[in-house]
Design a protein around this ligand. Structure first.
Ligand SMILES: NC(=O)C1=CN([C@@H]2O[C@H](COP(=O)(O)OP(=O)(O)OC[C@H]3O[C@@H](n4cnc5c(N)ncnc54)[C@H](O)[C@@H]3O)[C@@H](O)[C@H]2O)C=CC1
Ligand SMILES: O=C(O)[C@@H]1CCC=N1
Length: 269
């Protein structure tokens, strides 16, 4: 097992992964080394996660057995030239960036490295991420197993071909944002009907969690599960008819297609 897991970038996603890994107990906080841009963030994450942090990206690259690149895609061209000559021998590099391909990252390193492209999501923080993982040909089965164990420590993970990554960004990387909007809208409606805001979030979020679990655990088609909620002449079908009128499905499909297209465009930049 890797002795040190490094993170370059400690923003929303980096912190969600570190928090998820620590909560799962797969790695002790002392085995995680992260870099951040400012001293304030270094102090904040050291306190928040109990890990060691630094403003020096090269220190993380020198020491990490597995190195997560958790900065924004546009920062790769700054960070990789900084670290490429000091990376630890035999190190496995894991990118979590949208729109950075195995080929583009390899180009920035200027040589073939052990590289994994991945797409997690922020529910990593509560152990419920959905992550996709694509290794390059330098990654051994044992190394892949170790990387998968990290992703599985904070949620579900699957190996996918790289050609699937743009679709993954749409359906799981970015989709928590659409779901939060749905929860917010349901809560707003309940608040309009007099429910206290905090209680409204609980009722809306727990209903989304329960519905998602029904899909995952019963194996039923979502349409069958929907039909079971719709009593003939009842309340639910009245809501469903309105949602169809305002084009909920089409709206979600178009939004997700825009997300996937953006991911494709970013890969070409
Ligand atoms: N937020 C999300 O839901 C997801 C994000 N991602 C990917 O994760 C990556 C990070 O995204 P977020 O965490 O959302 O962004 P963020 O902006 O929250 O985090 C990026 C962090 O990198 C730091 N940073 C910037 N330049 C740096 C440098 N030169 N050296 C070290 N640190 C530097 C920033 O200060 C910031 O804290 C992106 O590539 C994104 O595509 C992937 C899946 C989901
Ligand atoms: O919005 C973004 O670009 C990142 C990638 C997936 C989720 N957040």
């Amino acid at each position: 097992m890797a002795k040190t897991v490094g993170f370059i970038g400690s923003g929303n996603m980096g912190r969600a992964i570190m928090g998820g890994m620590i909560a799962a107990g797969l790695y002790a906080p002392s085995q995680i080394l992260a870099s951040a841009k400012t001293k304030e963030t270094v102090e904040k994450i050291e306190k928040e996660l109990g890990i060691v942090a630094t403003t020096d990206n090269t220190e993380v690259a020198r020491k990490a057995d597995i190195l997560f690149l958790a900065v924004k895609p546009g920062v790769f061209a700054t960070v990789i030239p900084q670290i490429r000559d000091v990376c630890k021998e035999g190190q496995v590099v894991v990118s979590i960036a949208a729109g950075q391909t195995l080929a583009s990252i390899t180009d920035l390193f200027g040589r073939q490295i052990k590289l994994v492209r991945s797409m997690p999501n922020t529910p990593a923080l509560v152990g419920e991420a959905m992550s996709a993982v694509t290794p390059n040909e330098k990654i051994s089965p044992e190394e892949l197993q170790e990387v998968m164990a990290i992703f599985e420590s904070f949620g579900k993970a699957e190996i996918v071909p790289e050609t699937m990554m743009d679709a993954v960004v749409g359906v799981s990387g970015s989709s928590p944002a659409y779901v939060y909007m749905f929860i917010e809208a349901m809560a707003d409606a309940a608040v309009a009907d007099g429910m206290p805001r905090k209680q409204a979030y609980k009722f809306a979020a727990q209903s989304v969690l329960g519905a998602a679990k029904m899909v995952l655990e019963t194996g039923e088609h979502p349409g069958v599960l929907k039909d079971a909620v719709c009593s003939p002449g009842g309340t639910t079908i009245a809501a469903v008819a309105e949602l169809e009128k305002s084009g909920l499905r089409s709206s979600v499909i178009e939004a997700q297609r825009a997300c996937v297209q953006k991911s494709r465009d970013m890969s070409k930049e």
